[in-house]
Write a protein that binds this ligand. Structure first.
Ligand code: COA
Length: 328
């Protein structure tokens, strides 16, 4: 690719202190720790308090990422906040975070691509930096999913958790940063994971509230198959496009959807388990936040170092998916 390479130059993450364990869920719906653990790999998830909301976590993650990048909020040209659980319908959570961090030179907006949102954001700012249109971007994945989860539906309520991760993206030397990236969607699968109520199609009414239409609805086992196929295929394509083979990849950071999805994607790609990062046991599925949280954890623990070749892949409602190969 010609032009300026773009890469991650600072990361941060944040999540609520509140924890919802499998034992807590056993008291809310007919489920048990053994079922949740074997079907999903999840042991606990973080849950925001009633007075906590998405932009707060996004802001904390963004400020940490800026500090680690050695930049000021005013250095940022664009803030893309990937979220499906915004503070409110308008203005965007990206604009609210812009105000909270004082990024007065930036444009703030949201990326609405469910669990793939962080890779959507990365892909968009990569080309903006490559072409010289901007210098520094903040890409944030921030979610408070637990406020959209129906705690009477055992099929969805065991999966989701809250949190945020942020990346400062900027110019990096040739051979480093984002080497290949691609995003895709297929809206025909709309009803595999959706929240039908509260928009212009099914506007908020007493009826929609009584019918619980504002909560996430999911066809988990159908989603499972499409997710595995889509993530594995786009990953293989992006590794090849970057000029590598799967064996060259040092670490795979998949969206933390379900441990069985992660295992199946790794098996399909032929990547050994020890190269695949997972924090799903402690974090659950935090949608667009899962990849940036995982990257930051890997940097902090030393699993990602200067020179590490990483494959990121995501899948989410829409359906949406993406793959990115990045050299740190
Ligand atoms: N506890 C106990 N039993 C449960 C349960 C729970 N929390 N949730 C569902 N079940 C039951 C179902 O009712 C069903 O019972 P039945 O056979 O009597 O009808 C049985 O378990 C199997 O349900 P199924 O939905 O086929 O299970 P599954 O193995 O597909 O696992 C998911 C369900 C949701 C864990 C799994 O499909 C999944 O994780 N899918 C992907 C979800 C995802 O990643 N979403 C986000 C995408 S980004």
């Amino acid at each position: 690719m010609t032009g300026q390479n773009a890469g991650i130059i600072g990361m941060g993450h944040s999540y609520p202190e509140g924890i919802l364990t499998n034992a807590d869920l056993e008291k809310m719906v007919e489920t048990n720790d053994e079922w949740i653990t074997t079907r999903t790999g999840i042991k606990q998830r973080h849950k925001a308090a009633d007075n906590e909301y998405t932009s707060q976590f996004g802001t904390r993650a963004a400020l940490q990422a800026l500090e680690r990048a050695g930049l000021e909020p005013t250095d940022i040209d664009i803030i893309l906040c990937a979220t499906t659980t915004p503070d409110q319908i308008m203005p965007s959570t990206g604009a609210l975070i812009q105000a909270q961090i004082g990024a007065t030179n930036a444009a703030g907006m949201d990326v609405f691509a469910a669990c793939s949102g962080f890779l959507y954001g990365l892909t968009m700012v990569e080309s903006m930096i490559r072409t010289g249109q901007i210098r520094y971007a903040l890409v944030i994945g921030a979610e408070v999913l637990t406020k959209y989860v129906d705690y009477t539906d055992r099929g969805t309520c065991v999966i989701f958790g809250d949190g945020a991760g942020a990346a400062v993206i900027g110019p990096v030397p040739e051979g480093k940063g984002i080497l290949s990236t691609k995003i895709k969607s297929d809206g025909r699968y709309e009803e595999q994971l959706y929240a039908p109520g509260g928009g212009t199609k099914l506007g908020t009414s007493h009826q929609t509230i009584d019918d619980r239409q504002h909560f996430f609805k999911m066809k988990g086992n159908e989603l499972f198959k499409v997710a595995v196929r889509s993530m594995a295929d786009i990953s293989a394509e992006m590794v090849k496009k970057a000029g590598y083979t799967v064996d060259d990849i040092d670490i795979v950071i998949p969206h933390q959807a379900n441990q069985r999805i992660t295992d199946a994607v790794a098996a399909r790609l032929g990547v050994p388990d020890e190269k695949v990062y997972s924090n799903i046991a402690e974090m659950g599925n935090t949608s667009s936040a899962s990849i940036p949280i995982a990257i930051d954890e890997c940097i902090q623990s030393g699993r990602i170092k200067e020179g590490t070749l990483a494959l990121l892949t995501a899948f989410g409602g829409g359906v949406t998916w993406g793959g990115t190969v990045i050299r740190f």
